[in-house]
Design a protein around this ligand. Structure first.
Ligand code: PXL
Length: 278
């Protein structure tokens, strides 16, 4: 079985980061090796959340895995709690990356034009460095604006603006830059991307529903990572991620009992398993 490493926090309640990455990668049929960077009582959209920083554990975990000679088909990073953690993640990439092993970076740090609680410009600068080492980066439109020093164009930014952001993002150095959660010119909801080598843009969307929640970027990134490792086909993996994320959003939208801090990704896992196949 192929093994994937994912580095991000555990938000005990929140349907985001490791609590979605782990079940999604497992459902896709991959061994999920997790590096928990912090334990929070909830994600940071709640008030008064607790935060146990696990930075001191990261170096010993890396050294042990190195000694055991573990290898990983891909490294996927999500929410990271500090500049120092980004630095340590780069050590993981130096130890376990390269040789065709993909580095996928979701620079989870902003939404709605605002940085999440606890992040500042210095953190954004450090994240730019990590993005530069990646094969694929998966920012949302807010993160794309922060990473490129652009004004936040709003969630409904038009295609021309999305493409300008992609060109600037690609200057950070990653092979593929993908902006997730965008409204496309035909009114659909999905992603738009740019291949720095072929200089081609590409996009894909699903019918839009008037519903927005937290954690959908993490669902997209986890599904993309797993599907990319399983299929080896970047565009197909992005489509699977967009379709599954859209199914999760629609499931919550149609459920009068949905929680407001995350989407019903659990109820659509059978669809994902069916779609990926054995
Ligand atoms: O879904 C992104 C995310 C991950 N981890 C933590 C968060 C958030 C978004 O708010 O707070 C701790």
């Amino acid at each position: 079985m192929k093994r994937v490493m994912t580095i991000q926090d555990i938000s005990c309640i929140g349907k985001c980061s490791l609590t979605v990455a782990l079940p999604i990668l497992s459902a896709i049929g991959l061994e999920a090796a997790i590096v928990p960077t912090a334990v929070l009582s909830t994600h940071t959209q709640f008030r008064d959340f607790t935060f146990r920083d696990l930075t001191e554990d990261l170096e010993p975990i890396r050294k042990h895995w190195e000694k055991e000679k573990f290898s990983f088909e891909a490294i996927y990073t999500g929410y990271l709690g500090s500049r120092r953690q980004i630095d340590i993640v780069r050590d993981y990439v130096r130890t376990f990356g390269g040789n065709g092993h993909a580095l996928i970076v979701d620079p989870a740090m902003a939404d709605g034009g605002k940085l999440y609680v606890g992040f500042d410009e210095a953190f954004v600068e450090e994240m730019k460095g990590l993005c530069g080492e990646a094969d694929v980066i998966l920012p949302n439109i807010s993160e794309a604006a922060f990473l490129t020093g652009s004004e936040y164009p709003g969630e409904e930014a038009d295609e021309e603006t999305q493409k300008e952001l992609l060109l600037k993002l690609s200057e950070l150095g990653s092979k593929y830059s993908i902006i997730t959660g965008v409204t496309l010119s035909d009114g659909s909801f999905g992603f738009i991307g740019y291949n720095r080598e072929s200089k081609e843009f590409f996009s894909y969307g699903n019918p839009k529903v008037p519903y927005k929640s937290h954690g959908t970027g993490d669902i997209f990134a986890s599904t993309f990572t797993g599907a990319y490792v399983r299929t080896g086909d970047l565009f197909e993996a992005l489509k699977i991620a967009a379709d599954y994320t859209s199914a999760c959003i629609r499931n919550s939208y149609g459920d009068p009992d949905h929680v407001d801090y995350g989407v019903n990704f659990e109820l659509e896992l059978p669809y994902l398993i069916e779609r990926i196949g054995k």
